[in-house]
Ligand binder design. Structure first.
Ligand SMILES: CC(=O)N[C@H]1[C@@H](OP(=O)(O)OP(=O)(O)OC[C@H]2O[C@@H](n3ccc(=O)[nH]c3=O)[C@H](O)[C@@H]2O)O[C@H](CO)[C@@H](O)[C@@H]1O
Ligand SMILES: C=C(OP(=O)(O)O)C(=O)O
Length: 436
């Protein structure tokens, strides 16, 4: 596949001309967060794995680089399809340089310890949206017999007393952490005996990972409920697998359609994954109709303000909160958003205020008074979803908005400009030489 580095590693800005309702159809790419977990798990298989429906985004590129750094192979076979293989001679070490670029590098911990009994991984990066500790991952892996130390920015360690295989056990998570559930699942799938993860995460990405591990020969049951049971197997085989569609990308286009008072059919989605968002949009007065693998969003009506609390799945996703805030900033009346997952995920408010949004923060709550018109301004993406929110705000604002720090957005949205332009949006990328 030809490199498209100019686009994917862009430091550029997005210029958004507001005022055009989005109309048409948009097809949703594979889920970033499912892809990254499945890619980590692919490194546990003996032989090559072919993954389909893979989005061409920066985080996927970095995960492929991490696989190569470990001594494996990872390459695009065609758009949407990658091939990965990690041999028995893998190094089990990831560098700070790569690991810091994304959150999901932390999933190599469970994958490597599960397969090789040992790992040394640099602490991950990802969005700066609040404290993102690894204590639940480490405690969970300790229950399976791995002793891990955090030293000099790395998590190092392996099976207590040496050896390659962990031992299944009961793990209770204090909070249903997505990453901790994924790491423990991967470590447990090759452990001796049975592991039970209680109060685990229930996100669709967890179910996708379980399906992938099972396709490789694992025995994982209960994914999607709050108790996962895993019977350890001796080995996993490389397979061919297609990841689920991205519910956050889908949700972003749904909100953009509503915000611009447009009408868009969002295709290649699993509508049940979008229920928390669809319910809120309907409560606002937006028409949302589901059919098989598509959702129609029609925003040509009167909107009411709503209140939102972010929660683990099936609650309202934290990853959709900023985008909805941009929409609510244009809805008359007072709406409230309570961010329960990350204590610092309201930083987008400062940027929306530059565009004239009337939003106050009290603790973890944003109080949005949607009476004033948004106006185009120079703003910066403070994280991936904040960037998406500012683009939505730009689409409804009067005049031109310049969203800088687009590298955040490039971590998670495939072909963003093309997709927006196909819906009639006036957007263009301008390269810049600095990250600011
Ligand atoms: C790559 C990926 O899949 N990222 C998603 C994943 O992130 P990630 O897996 O990092 O999110 P978690 O579910 O682990 O984090 C949720 C909460 O748990 C806390 N926590 C987490 C782990 C831990 O050991 N200790 C602890 O206290 C975090 O501080 C946070 O407050 O789920 C988040 C919650 O849906 C999403 O926003 C991210 O898009
Ligand atoms: C927070 C997110 O990503 P990450 O966990 O990769 O930082 C996100 O996808 O919104």
């Amino acid at each position: 596949m030809t490199a498209r580095k100019g686009e994917r590693y862009s430091l550029g800005k997005l210029i958004v001309q507001g005022g055009t309702p989005l109309e048409g159809r948009v097809s949703i790419s594979g889920a970033k967060n499912a892809t990254l977990a499945v890619m980590a798990a692919a490194m546990m298989g003996c032989g090559e794995t072919i993954l389909e429906n893979i989005p061409n985004i920066v985080d996927v590129e970095v995960m492929m680089e991490l696989c190569r750094e470990l001594g494996g192979e990872a390459n695009w076979l065609e758009p949407g399809t990658i091939r990965m293989v990690l041999p028995d001679s893998a190094s089990c070490k990831t560098s700070y340089t790569l690991a810091k670029k994304l959150r999901a590098s932390n999933l190599l911990l469970g994958a490597l310890i599960g397969r090789f009994g040992w790992a040394e991984v640099a602490l991950p990066g990802g969005d700066n949206i609040g404290s993102r500790p690894m204590d639940l991952h480490i405690k969970g892996l300790y229950c399976l017999g791995a002793e891990l130390k955090v030293e000099h920015g790395y998590i190092r360690g392996g099976v207590i007393g040496g050896g390659k295989r962990l031992t299944g056990n009961k793990v209770y998570l204090d909070f249903p952490s997505v990453g901790a559930t994924e790491n423990i699942m991967m470590a447990a799938v090759l452990a001796k005996g049975q592991t039970i993860i209680e109060n685990c995460a229930k996100e669709p990405e967890i179910v996708d990972l379980a399906n992938f591990l099972n396709a490789m020969g694992g025995r994982v049951r209960g994914a999607g409920t709050d108790l996962i049971r895993i019977d350890g197997v001796q080995r996993l085989e490389g397979v061919r697998y297609a990841v689920i569609p991205d519910r956050v990308e889908a949700g972003t286009y749904m909100v953009a359609a509503a915000a611009t008072r447009g009408r868009v059919i969002v295709e290649n989605v699993i509508p049940t994954h979008l229920h928390a968002l669809s319910a809120k949009l309907r409560e606002m007065g937006v028409t949302v109709e589901e059919e098989d693998d598509q959702v129609l969003v029609d925003g040509r009506g009167e909107f009411r303000p709503v209140d939102i609390k972010t929660m683990p799945y099936p609650g309202f996703p934290t990853d959709m909160q900023s985008q909805l805030m941009a929409l609510l900033a244009s809805v008359s009346g007072t709406s409230m958003i309570v961010e329960n997952v990350y204590e610092n995920r309201l930083r987008v408010v400062d940027e929306l205020q530059r565009m004239g949004a009337q939003i106050k923060i009290e603790g973890r709550t944003a109080i949005i008074d949607g009476t004033s018109e948004l106006t185009g301004a120079q703003v910066k993406a403070t994280d991936l979803r904040a960037g998406a929110a500012l683009i939505i705000a730009g689409l409804i604002a009067e005049g031109e908005t310049e969203v800088s720090c687009m590298y955040h957005v490039d971590r998670g949205y495939e072909h963003l400009e093309e997709k927006l332009r196909s819906l009639g949006a006036k957007v263009r990328r301008v390269e810049s030489s600095s990250k600011a």
